[in-house]
Design a binder for this molecule. Structure first.
Ligand code: GRF
Length: 229
């Protein structure tokens, strides 16, 4: 499957996707990485992996719709079958979202529907939540409101700082669940149907929940590719 990844920053989720493609865990190839900021460090990760990178600088497009159209044109030029938002810190227009409906995925650092929007780690600490995590979802025009596919949780520790909590969510959840969701999508096991996401033909009325310590364990990305118990 032809994949395009859209980023704004560090690109740690991008890196997890690059690694999973290289390992054969995702039946797909990242054709292009597009950033909305020229200084996005994730562009260097793309270059290091030999993936063409491109910046569409948002300051060149005062109108939101004009930026979104330029982004959509580049994605379509790559003949992308999936568009993966990976730390893309910009709200997309309904026109854009509709154009890519059913092939547009995002990862959000919270256990949706809790804590949509920005500064999720800080808000979790302020709220005194016992757990936190991340969710992969199909994108709809409603911000962080599209149908969820998979989520994963970590415990919030009493002395956690925002940075420590963000790091734990990234390494223990985000970098696992995003490649997993993309692997399902690239192998056509995951699709967005009229009533919601279907995994192997079963409607997901709530996201699959991944937790590192619990009995719920992800199957190997490619059956037989991981050592047995
Ligand atoms: C991640 O936490 C992602 O979920 C959020 O922004 C962060 C981006 O990190 N939307 P990176 O660019 O993948 O390192």
């Amino acid at each position: 499957m032809r994949l395009v990844v859209v980023i704004s920053g560090e690109g740690r989720n991008l890196q997890a996707l690059i690694d999973a493609c290289a390992a054969g865990q995702i039946a797909g190839r990242i054709e292009r990485v597009i950033a909305n900021r020229p200084d996005a460090p994730g562009l260097a990760r793309a270059a290091a992996a030999g993936i063409p990178g491109l910046c569409i600088a948002q300051q060149d497009y005062p109108e939101r719709v004009a930026f979104d159209r330029a982004l959509a044109a580049e994605i379509e030029a790559s003949r992308a079958q999936a568009v993966l938002l990976a730390g893309f810190m910009r709200i997309l227009s309904t026109e854009f979202v509709d154009q890519f409906q059913g092939r547009l995925l995002n990862i959000h650092p919270s256990l949706l529907p809790k804590h949509r929007g920005l500064h999720t780690h800080r808000r979790v600490l302020q709220a005194g939540d016992a757990e936190h995590g991340a969710t992969v979802h199909f994108v709809t025009p409603e911000l962080d409101g599209g149908p969820a596919v998979i989520c994963g949780a970590v415990a919030v520790h009493p002395r956690d700082t925002e940075v420590q909590l963000a790091e734990r969510v990234m390494t223990e959840v985000e970098q696992i669940i995003y490649p997993q969701a993309v692997a399902w999508f690239a192998s056509r096991r995951l699709v967005l149907g009229p009533r919601g996401p279907l995994l192997d033909g079963t409607l997901l009325d709530k996201p699959i929940r991944f937790t590192k310590s619990a009995e719920v364990r992800l199957e190997p990305l490619i059956p037989g590719s991981l050592p047995g118990p």
